[in-house]
Design a protein around this ligand. Structure first.
Ligand SMILES: CC(C)(COP(=O)(O)OP(=O)(O)OC[C@H]1O[C@@H](n2cnc3c(N)ncnc32)[C@H](O)[C@@H]1OP(=O)(O)O)[C@@H](O)C(=O)NCCC(=O)NCCS
Length: 192
C-alpha cells in the first residue's frame, strides 16, 4: 500500500535517495553526466531536512511512502520506504501563477500507478488551502514528463532559456488557472 502524506524530518534520507535515482534516470542525456554521477545523497538529505522544516511562503513537502509488500527492497535502512515526493509553495517568481509545484519525482518502478497524480493532488489541495488560485510547474523542454502535466490539464504558458548545473537548457511553464482545473484532473476515481 502506498500512502501520500506530509513529509516528516525523518523522511529526508529517503527523499534524497529518490531525488538521486530519479534525476539520474530522468535527466540522462539532458543534464551533464558528471553532475548527475556526483549527486550526493548526504548533501541532499540535509537540504530536504531543512526544506521539510521551512514552511515560509507556504512551502510544503509531500511523500509517497510504501509499506508492506510494496516497500522497496533496496533501502533497508529507510523507514517507511519513500518512493516519490513533491514540494512547492507560493510561486518563486511573481506574475505567472500564485502557487508552484517545485519538484515531483517518483522511482522508476513506481511510475504509471497513479502515484504522480496523487502527489499532484496533495500539492494542489495544499496550494489551494494557502490561498493560491492558480499554479504552475517548470519542466525541462526535453523531459517527457511535460506530457504528464498536460495529461493533468496543464497548459503551456511560456518557454525560456535557463541553465541547470552549468548547462544551457530550455524550460517550459505548465499552468493551471484556475487551480480547480488541477484539483478536478487529480480527483480520486470513484469505484463502482
Ligand atoms: C512524471 C511523473 C511524476 C509521473 O508520475 P506517475 O506516477 O508515473 O504518473 P501517474 O501514474 O499518476 O499518471 C497519471 C496520468 O498521466 C499519464 N502519464 C504519466 N507519465 C506520462 C508521460 N511521461 N507522458 C504522458 N502521460 C503520462 C499516465 O498514463 C496517467 O494517465 P491516465 O489519466 O490515463 O491514468 C514520473 O514519471 C516521474 O517521476 N518522472 C521522472 C521525474 C520527472 O521528470 N519529474 C518531473 C520534474 S518537473
Amino acid at each position: 500500500m502506498i500512502a501520500v502524506r506530509r513529509a516528516r524530518p525523518s523522511d529526508a534520507p529517503g527523499i534524497a535517495a529518490v531525488h538521486v535515482a530519479a534525476w539520474r534516470s530522468a535527466y540522462a542525456g539532458i543534464l551533464d553526466e558528471a553532475y548527475l554521477s556526483e549527486l550526493s545523497e548526504i548533501r541532499l538529505a540535509a537540504f530536504y531536512h531543512r526544506a521539510i522544516l521551512d514552511r515560509r511562503e507556504g512551502h510544503a513537502v509531500f511523500v509517497a511512502a510504501a509499506g508492506g509488500p510494496d516497500q522497496p527492497r533496496d533501502q533497508p535502512g529507510v523507514e517507511p520506504g519513500i518512493v516519490g515526493f513533491a514540494s512547492g509553495g507560493r510561486a518563486r517568481r511573481r506574475g505567472l501563477a500564485e502557487g508552484e509545484v517545485e519538484t515531483l519525482y517518483i522511482l522508476d518502478d513506481y511510475r504509471e500507478q497513479g502515484v504522480g497524480r496523487r502527489l499532484m493532488r496533495a500539492m494542489a489541495a495544499h496550494l489551494r488551502a494557502i490561498g493560491c488560485n492558480s499554479a504552475l510547474a517548470w519542466v525541462l523542454a526535453g523531459n517527457p514528463s511535460r506530457y504528464f502535466y498536460r495529461r493533468l490539464g496543464g497548459r503551456l504558458a511560456m518557454q525560456e532559456h535557463t541553465s541547470v548545473a552549468g548547462r544551457p537548457v530550455e524550460q517550459v511553464a505548465v499552468l493551471w488557472d484556475p487551480i480547480d482545473t488541477l484539483l478536478a484532473a487529480t480527483a480520486p476515481v470513484k469505484e463502482g
